[in-house]
Design a binder for this molecule. Structure first.
Ligand code: ADP
Ligand code: MG
Ligand code: MG
Length: 258
């Protein structure tokens, strides 16, 4: 069980207020979408939840299962089961992919102390688990012999991030524009990974500008619309379709280009 609650969150970066009172609550197994035009503060919100040091919380709180996480480092937050797929994943030279994943998976299992999570003691056991996950998200098995993000194309990096999510089974995942720059097959792979973790009671928050990826999800419980550092509208999944048809201007939002 994991409940994430964001209360009246105000955040500054370099002295400029970017988030101006954000509220959000998610429950286990729920899939949420946060939509909004460029510059509305979506990435700021995800970095702040994960504890990026450049984002200063000046008011409000972020609670995980009723306890504030504001005092925790990014590492401590990830040990509690929070996961952020970065918009631009970085390369980790020389780190074997499956080794990285097994180490991270086992560390998370230990820190969550959840008896439903297995700890994989042998490399072979873990390889089998990995292959199952690769199949589930539509990735080829040779992905495993690669090095983490090294020489990955943009699309491969995104697929790699969602594979990490499917494998690690974090309690709460935040995917910041996992669909940007992807072809339709990759978008579907990302959507499959999201559906696979949400079936296992994990929460997923998908941040996206476009409704396209949302159509491939098995389920989508809530759509939140963000503009100018605030949540301005919330609704069921049909809200995403409506936004796609009518554009953000329908809600009186000015689209700006960055
Ligand atoms: P989104 O992810 O929705 O496109 P961002 O969170 O990236 O929005 O940005 C929100 C706002 O914060 C934008 O207006 C942007 O110009 C501003 N911003 C981003 N980075 C900085 C920074 N380093 N210093 C000051 N303002 C910033
Ligand atoms: Mg942006
Ligand atoms: Mg962004």
């Amino acid at each position: 069980m994991a409940i994430l609650e964001i209360r009246d969150l105000h955040v500054q970066r370099d002295g400029k207020e970017i988030l101006k009172g954000v509220n959000l609550k998610t429950g286990p197994g729920e899939v949420h979408a946060i939509m909004g035009p460029n510059g509305s503060g979506k990435s700021t919100l995800s970095y702040t939840i994960l504890g990026h040091p450049k984002y200063e919380v000046t008011k409000g709180d972020i609670l995980l299962d009723g306890e504030s996480i504001l005092g925790l480092s990014p590492d401590e937050r990830s040990k509690k089961g929070l996961f952020l797929a970065f918009q631009y994943p970085t390369e980790v030279a020389g780190v074997g992919y499956s080794h990285f994943l097994r180490t991270a998976y086992n560390a998370l299992s230990k820190s969550l102390a959840d008896e439903k999570r297995e700890v994989f003691l042998t490399v072979r056991e873990f390889q089998n688990y990995l292959k199952k996950n690769l199949d589930e998200v539509g990735l080829k098995h040779d992905f495993l012999s690669r090095y983490l993000n090294e020489g990955f194309s943009g699309g491969e990096k995104k697929r790699s991030e969602v594979l990490q999510m499917a494998v690690l089974q974090p309690r709460i995942s935040i995917l910041d524009e996992p669909d940007s720059g992807l072809d339709i097959d990759a978008v579907q792979a990302v959507a499959k990974a999201i559906s696979s973790v949400s079936r296992k009671d994990a929460t997923v928050i998908v941040i996206t500008h476009y409704a396209r990826i949302l159509k491939f999800l098995d389920k989508l419980d809530y759509v939140h619309v963000m503009a100018q550092g605030k949540m301005i509208k919330e609704g069921p999944k049909e809200l995403a379709d409506e936004l796609e048809q009518k554009g953000y201007s329908w809600l009186g939002i000015q689209e700006t280009t960055e």
